[in-house]
Design a protein around this ligand. Structure first.
Ligand code: KIV
Length: 285
């Protein structure tokens, strides 16, 4: 018999890093997928505001609201009692002020049972991180390609390829760590910059999304991993199984079988006893 899973906590994550075992982190937005991730032994889930694109079909993450995020985080929490669930703070849920940031971070914890929150930005967001951590909420920073600033960044591009921009990311990582972030996600940052930041981190875990192998762990977007996002496939997204193709083939078979009247078969419907049917006909005259 397999051992029941233990709840993943911040000390569990630091222990993995200390033992040199990479942390596994995936996006997830719904109950059935969270249930599967629980069985698969994933360490962390990000209920990302990427759900605006992958689940709701928006062009960017910007239209996503706190209520969208809470609804999806609750569904994920119901599917996984043990994975460390991170609520992703959507656009304008933390930018306006420290107080707004604390209130909305608190909603993820109180209403959805999340274990931590993540927000995008560097030095300029340190006061938000500090306020949230002071309120007793574990906080994760996000540097490099930060999708909520896609317009400012000029598109979904690698960040920190030049020395000056890379220095800014290295400095921001240290500032976020000093502000109290226990983890920082580096998205689409060159591998050597990620390595430098990981080596310099003292009390902070560094996670990579397309930023190479030297971090304490890896994050991927679930929909990219399984061929479920039709608009584009970023380079860092290895396809681990083409569920999109499996589902499409299943849908085509359904259309064919219904059209050809080979579905449904007796095992797919419910009958009634002859005497009940006779009585029904009598009742109907
Ligand atoms: O929303 C999300 O899934 C994210 C990832 C792109 C890191 O923030």
């Amino acid at each position: 018999m397999t051992e029941p899973r233990k709840k993943v906590t911040i000390p569990t994550l630091f222990k993995k890093a200390a033992d040199g075992v990479p942390i596994t982190w995936l996006t997830c937005y719904d109950y059935p997928t969270a249930y599967l991730m629980e069985q698969a032994g994933i360490d962390m889930i990000l209920v990302g505001d990427s759900l605006g694109m992958t689940m709701l079909g928006y062009e960017t993450t910007l239209p996503v609201t706190m209520d969208d995020m809470i609804r999806h985080s609750q569904a994920v929490r119901r599917g996984t009692p043990n994975i460390f669930v991170v609520g992703d703070m959507p656009y304008m849920s933390y930018q306006p002020s420290v107080e707004t940031a604390i209130r909305n971070a608190g909603r993820f914890m109180a209403e959805a049972g999340c274990d931590a929150i993540k927000l995008e930005g560097g030095v300029e967001m340190c006061d938000r991180i500090e306020g949230i951590v002071k309120a007793g909420i574990p906080a994760i920073g996000h540097l490099g390609l930060t999708p909520q600033s896609v317009s400012l960044l000029g598109g979904y591009k690698v960040q920190g390829k030049g020395a000056l921009q890379a220095k800014k990311i290295v400095d921001s990582a240290k500032a976020l760590e000093n502000a109290g972030a226990f983890m920082i996600l580096l998205e689409m940052v060159p591998d050597r910059v990620c390595k430098l930041i990981t080596e310099r981190a003292e009390n902070c875990l560094i996670m990579s999304l397309g930023s190479g192998p030297h971090a304490h762990g890896q994050l991927l977007i679930y929909h990219d991993m399984f061929g479920l996002y039709p608009r584009f496939k970023p380079r860092m997204a290895k396809v681990f199984g083409n569920a999109g193709e499996v589902i499409l083939n299943g849908l085509k078979s359904y259309v064919q079988e219904v059209t050809e009247k080979t579905f449904p078969q007796p095992e797919n419907w419910f009958g009634m006893k002859d005497e009940e049917y006779e009585e029904l006909l009598d009742l109907l005259g």
